[in-house]
Structures are given as structure tokens and as C-alpha cells.
Write a protein that binds this ligand. Sequence first.
Ligand code: HEM
Length: 234
Amino acid sequence: MGTRWLANFLGSSIGSKVTVAVSGLVLFGFVLGHLAGNLLVFRGKGALNDYAEFLAHQPGLVWTVRAVLLVALLAHVSMAIRLQLRNRAARPQPYARNATVQASLASRQMLLSGLLVLAYIVYHLLHFTVGATDHAAFEQVEQVVRNGATVQRHDVYRMVVTGFGHVPVAAAYVVANALLAWHLSHGVSSLFQTLGIDDPRYLSWIRRGGIGLAAVIGAGFISIPLCVQLGLIA
Ligand code: HEM
């Protein structure tokens, strides 16, 4: 066991597959946690900003999560691209008849949906984490009284409401999160299969569960820009 073993493992097809599955699971865990945090927007400004302030005071936790996410994202994307290239190289001639009738559209377009979600993540970081695309919204602060003294904190609630107040921005988030749901609809069930939970008796339930979970996650994220546009979050 050592670097050679790791290089051999990652270089093998099964190694790449397991890496895509495990890193996908890590990213999926973050998505679930992030959704739960974001849904605090429905409990009002105090709840969301308290949560954001709590995170801002945990730099150790935040930077550890960021480092883990970065490694997981790099591993997920690079190994997924490598698998696709290898699969294509193994089958240079297209089938005379389309043999992928069984495979869903989502399963055949994982690379496309994944790369679009990646583009969205880059935009999203520039939007809400760096504040590069909407500086005015990012700069907003809230005054809170603490122990008799007035202090300022980042007004994440106002930033989100201002951001999603722009129709093109809200529309981009709706489309991007629908794409994320599409990606997860196949990703979740293939993750189970790669990790060995592939008993044929449960296959259709695993598939349905994956689609259901993806739909709930997509609907959760999409509900935020939608409710801002409908004036239900203001
Ligand atoms: C409507 C949907 C979403 C909303 C309202 C939202 C909101 C936010 C906000 C407000 C932040 C900055 C937090 C802060 O500065 O305190 C953030 C960061 C982030 N979001 Fe989202 N998000 C959404 C969807 C997503 C999705 C679908 C993903 C991933 C697929 C994602 C990935 C991230 C990442 C990686 C960060 C950076 C975390 C860090 O600071 O290290 N977000 N999001």
C-alpha cells in the first residue's frame, strides 16, 4: 500500500468509479446540509442571518469543509471525465442500432448536466460568496443590538432577496437547480450501485428513491428564487 497502489487504483476503471461515487456522496451531503441551511430563509431574516453569523464565527469548520469540498469536486469531475473518455475510446464505432434504449436520458447526459452544474457553482460563488456579480447586494449589513451595544453583521437574507429580485438571476437559479436535480436523479441511484447496493430486487426502488430525492432537493432550492419573485419572501 502506498502511492503506487493509489495510482494503480485511481487508474483502474473500478477505482475511477468508486472515486466518482464516494466524492459524489460527499458533495451530496453538502448539498443536503446547504439546502437545510438555506430553507431557514422561510423562518425569516433573523433565522438565516443568525445561521450565517454562526458560520462566519467558525473559520476552522468553514475552511475544513471548503477544503474537503474542493478535493471532492476535483476528484469527482476529473474521474468522471476520465471514465467517459475511456468508455468512448472503448467503443469508437457507434452502434448500428441504438443500444441504449434502457438507459435514461439523464444517465446518458451526466457529463453535460455535471459540467453545467459546475458552471453554475462558479457563478454562484462569484454571486454570494465573493460578491463579484452583485456588489451592492453583497455589501448589505444588518444592525443588531447585543449586550446593549449595536453591532453590524452580514445581511445574507437581504442579499438573497435582492439577488433573486432580478428576474434573469432568479431564472438562472431555477434552471441551474433543475439541472442539478436532473444530475442527481441518476447520480444517487448509480452511487448505490457502484458501492455494491445493487440487488436486482431493490433496483427499481433505488431508482425511484433517487429520482424522488433529487426532485425534493431541486424543489427545495427552486422554491427560494420562486418565492422571492412571487413576493412571498421579501
Ligand atoms: C436557491 C438556491 C441556493 C441559495 C439561495 C444559496 C445560497 C447561498 C449563500 C447565501 C451562500 C453564501 C453563504 C454565506 O456567505 O454566508 C452560498 C454559498 C455556497 N453555495 Fe449556495 N445556495 C443555493 C444553491 C446551491 C447549490 C445547488 C449548490 C451546489 C450544488 C451550492 C453551493 C454553494 C457553495 C459551494 C457555497 C460556498 C460555501 C463556502 O462559503 O465555502 N449552493 N449559497
